[in-house]
Write a protein that binds this ligand. Structure first.
Ligand SMILES: [Zn+2]
Ligand SMILES: [Zn+2]
Length: 135
């Protein structure tokens, strides 16, 4: 027997949520959703139902953020410019810096026209060639 963290009743049938709480079946059905992304039981209030062209999925608030970012990334045509640690979107010519571990900083994009000459001069020949091919 385990004690349910929600209703404090003893229970045989329980789930373990994302925070390692024991939750009885009854409370689970009432208050929890199963996140399709991380496979954890998460409180319904921090779950979101996401509908896209293919299916409907339930996603917790921890997982929904990366999904949004992925959606944005999929709509861009990004190519890496390794010599300056940036990505450029060849549809809009916006340059995005990287935030360390190759994560793209989508909030701080700058149009190629607004990049400084100094920045351009730091770019390697091979990266410049990539750009030249796309232009
Ligand atoms: Zn309970
Ligand atoms: Zn999740």
């Amino acid at each position: 027997m385990k004690q349910c963290n929600c209703c404090k009743e003893s229970t045989l049938d329980y789930i373990i949520d994302a925070q390692d709480n024991i939750v009885c079946d009854e409370c689970g059905i009432k208050d929890y959703c199963f996140c399709d992304e991380c496979g954890e039981y998460v409180k319904t209030e921090s779950c979101e139902v996401i509908e896209d062209r293919w299916d409907v999925s339930v996603v917790c608030d921890k997982c929904s953020l990366p999904i949004e970012v992925t959606k944005i990334l999929n709509s861009l045509s990004l190519i890496p410019l390794d010599s300056v640690g940036c990505y450029i979107d060849t549809k809009s010519w916006i340059v995005y810096p990287c935030k360390g571990n190759k994560e793209i900083d989508l909030d701080n994009g700058v149009h190629l026209d607004d990049c400084t000459e100094e920045w351009l001069s730091e770019m390697s020949t091979s990266d410049l060639l990539i750009l030249a091919h796309k232009l």
